[in-house]
Write a protein that binds this ligand. Structure first.
Ligand code: FAD
Ligand code: NAD
Length: 464
């Protein structure tokens, strides 16, 4: 057993952990990062990056095979070699893995591969095959992420897939049941539908993507319908049986009746659970917020010198939140004055069309007693959307009525995710509707919808 000491120990090399370690290294802190698997965590290896690459492939394939296009474009029979596609996705992941390793090296962070077990708040044991270490640190950052939740009594395996297995399928299943119509279920479900699978979504709630308002999710539901995806809302899974590589699900529908669904694969995406109880973490006796580690506005846990960032601290489980927390904690450890004081954590669902939500909704603002003014600009009146054959969606701004200060922005549309930076900057800089309205937005772009929605708040939209 080798004994190591360091100023900062980061446990977990996902977007939260590796960003924290890079920043701590840049600030001259002696930093050790321990990761049991690949650098980049869920996001880089089995989450954000490979899923967006699959979505891209599915969009290309669907565009090539779409006979409904009025553009006059016609392409011969398109095929996709999923084995090659998985290898292509893996090559992107590998490139990014190497990039993260290089950045950590540049920042002089010591990286150890192995499984961490906490002995106390400041000491961990790491085992990696034949070698083992005991590491003692002044400050510890827990960035152990999250893992997929399975259905009760139905472990992942065989034809019952989590997102990780779904992302490594080398064949498109003929029939795919997606249990859980949230972020992952709809992003991946849509992709497999575009690649030719007959997809059925089973959602326990009374509508898809319940975290967004119904107007935002309606274009997504309409598109699923046009892709022949069947959606059962208000429906729960009673039992799952697997035989000969296929899967049979017994469902309970909203009227209490039961029905059977058969498929080659079932993708279970009913949420993710913080990795807060394993690795000796539960023995530390940290205060919890449900299944997550409780933190304050500086990501401090209830134990002095022990911080937690990213998915292990609960929702919103987003890579960019984890990274921002990681960078903040490193600054704090270097003695800088920082606290979590953000007006907007953008949330994007990479469905078709995409949904973006930044800041407050009108309902959230009203609940705080704020009088709001809301304006929506439909993409049906946007030239760029027309040239891209997709006019479904809108941009909506929510402002404080008395001042015109932007409180929140929501949008749904094809590739509307690219506007999230403009939305976030506007909110963080405390822009008013008149600031957005007076900014020249390039033509023809979907961004003009943002300007028009701001003009709408002021009562004089130009193009509607
Ligand atoms: P993780 O990325 O989970 O990293 C934690 C790391 O800790 C892991 O590498 C793990 O191996 C390591 N670890 C855990 N325990 C130990 C231990 N005992 N010893 C050593 N190492 C340990 N978010 C977005 O913002 N945008 C998206 O488009 C998006 N798409 C997603 C798609 C999918 C299919 C999935 C599953 C997730 C997606 N997410 C997305 C969520 C995003 O991946 C997570 O929010 C993000 O990875 C959280 O970062 P993290 O650093 O907190 O944890
Ligand atoms: P989710 O919370 O987004 O969706 C889970 C869905 O499953 C919900 O709609 C819920 O009502 C439903 N559900 C729960 N139990 C069920 C049951 N027994 N039967 C049927 N439906 C059930 O969770 P997810 O899609 O697994 O994603 C996990 C996390 O990963 C999310 O919280 C998100 O933050 C993150 N993520 C983000 C992105 C992104 O930013 N684009 C993409 C993927 C994942």
């Amino acid at each position: 057993m080798k004994d190591l000491t360091c100023r900062v120990l980061v446990v977990g090399g996902g977007p939260g952990g590796y960003v924290c370690a890079i920043r701590a290294g840049q600030l001259g802190l002696d930093t050790v990062l321990v990761e049991r698997a690949e650098l980049g965590g869920t996001c880089l290896n089995v989450g954000c990056i490979p899923s967006k690459a699959l979505i891209h492939t599915a969009e290309q394939f669907h565009a090539a095979t779409d006979t409904a296009s009025e553009t006059g474009l016609s392409i011969g029979k398109a095929t996709v070699d999923m084995g090659r596609n998985v290898a292509w996705r893996r090559s992107i992941v590998d490139r990014l893995n190497r990039g993260v390793a290089g950045l950590l090296k540049k920042a002089k962070v010591r990286v150890i591969t192995g499984e961490v077990r906490f002995l106390d708040g400041k000491t961990v044991e790491v085992t990696d095959g034949s070698s083992s270490y005991r590491i003692n640190a002044d400050d510890v950052v827990i960035a152990t992420g999250s893992e997929p939740v399975s259905l009760p009594d139905v472990p992942f395996g065989g034809p019952v897939l989590s997102s990780t297995e779904a992302l490594s399928l080398t064949d498109v299943p003929d029939r795919l049941v997606v249990v859980g119509g949230g972020y992952i279920g709809l992003e991946l479900g849509t992709a497999f539908a575009k690649l030719g699978a007959k997809v059925t979504v089973v959602e326990a709630g009374d509508r898809l993507l319940p975290q967004y308002d119904p107007a935002l999710t309606k274009p997504v539901a309409d598109r699923l319908k046009s892709l022949s995806v069947t959606v059962h809302t208000g429906t729960t899974v009673v039992s799952v049986s697997t035989t000969g590589g296929a899967v049979t699900l017994q469902l309970r529908t909203p009227d209490g009746t039961e029905r059977t669904l058969e498929a080659e694969k079932a993708l279970v995406t009913i949420g993710r659970r913080p990795n807060a109880g394993s690795a000796g973490l539960s023995d530390l006796g940290l205060d919890m917020a449900g299944p997550a580690i409780a933190i304050d506005d500086r990501c401090r846990t209830s134990m002095r010198g022990v911080y937690a960032i990213g998915d292990v601290t609960g929702e919103p489980m987003l890579a960019h939140r984890a990274m921002a927390q990681g960078a903040m904690v490193a600054d704090l450890l270097a003695g800088k004055k920082r606290k979590w004081d953000v007006r907007a954590i953008p949330a994007i669902c990479f469905t078709d069309p995409e949904i973006v939500q930044v800041g407050q909704t009108a309902e959230e603002a009203k609940r705080q007693g704020i009088e709001v003014k809301v304006s929506e600009f439909p993409l049906a009146a946007n030239g760029r959307a027309m040239t891209r054959e997709r006019t479904d969606g809108f941009v909506r701004v929510v402002t404080e009525k008395s001042t015109g200060v932007l409180l929140g922005i929501q949008a749904v549309g094809t590739e509307i995710s690219e506007l999230s930076a403009a939305f976030s900057i506007a909110l963080e800089m405390g822009a008013r509707a008149e600031d957005i309205a007076a900014t020249i937005h390039a033509h023809p772009t979907q961004g003009e919808g943002f300007q028009e929605a701001a003009l709408g708040v002021m009562g004089h939209a130009l193009h509607i």
